[in-house]
Design a protein around this ligand. Sequence first.
Ligand SMILES: C[S@@+](CC[C@H](N)C(=O)[O-])C[C@H]1O[C@@H](n2cnc3c(N)ncnc32)[C@H](O)[C@@H]1O
Length: 301
Amino acid sequence: MNKKILASQSPGKYHESVMVDEVIKSLHVEKGLRYIDCTAGNGGHMEAILKMGGQVLGIDLDPAMLAISQKRLEKFKGFKLVQGNFVNIDRIARNNNWFPVNGILFDLGVSNIHLKDLERGFSFENPEALLDMRLNPDTQNVKGSDLLNILREDQLEDLFSISLDPGAAKWITGRVLHSRMEKPIETVGDMLEICEGLRTGKPGMSVATLPFLALRIAVNSELINLKEVLPKAFDLLKKDGRLVIISFHSGEDKIVKDFYKEKAGIGEGRMITFAPIRAGITEVDLNRRARSAKMRIVQKL
Ligand SMILES: C[S@@+](CC[C@H](N)C(=O)[O-])C[C@H]1O[C@@H](n2cnc3c(N)ncnc32)[C@H](O)[C@@H]1O
């Protein structure tokens, strides 16, 4: 039912792209130059690049998102959309004859469209949904519920440590082990029960938010993919080309920061941002997701 509602609405209503002006400025978008958007989503950043006359190759893992961006961008020329994992950016760029490029963008994580979808297990608003969380069910075999049912205790603690402090990660691991002894964990509702009583030290935030985030990151290998793609993306840049990355939690931001420092340290890159760029108050007021966005830029020398 939810999908029907989504399909009948304009995509922009459901995912507001973050820091669009800042992205355009940071990428130095110019007419006729080439860019890659590794997280096309519903095409908001791509649209802004195209409006400035840039040409852009958009990649997204989720075929459902590509259908939305394709529709949004159909009036433009100068873009291609490719379904794939950005971890394969080298192969994707080569196959599409789209390298070297002037700038590459990552707007990490999932879209608001995912978070609002009541059927795919990203949202904790529908307890009956299967705890799935795969961005591409055609190529990924392991669902969120599978991880909770099969991982060892130490592996579960590592998984939850992505977003929780060690005490909370241990506590919730205990709850998972207890719950799965009674019956396999299957649904969003099962996970919500597991989260009940968790102390995150974040008043005002649902106790389910951080455990769900950690599970989603693990299901989609988000941190592993990010680590692996950064050197490949950097290699695809022209001299003076820029890598612009928007991250949403400290695990991602640390990987980005460390990579930029390494490139600057060996004289291959110049850090344009020492402190991350944050969204302005007006944007944060309009778009809650922008609150935690941090943008970092490095330029290839
Ligand atoms: C925050 S959204 C991007 C929104 C987009 N910038 C816009 O303006 O509409 C992140 C997108 O990245 C995609 N994604 C996440 N991990 C990916 C990966 N490893 N490879 C390709 N796409 C990925 C998600 O499916 C999602 O559509």
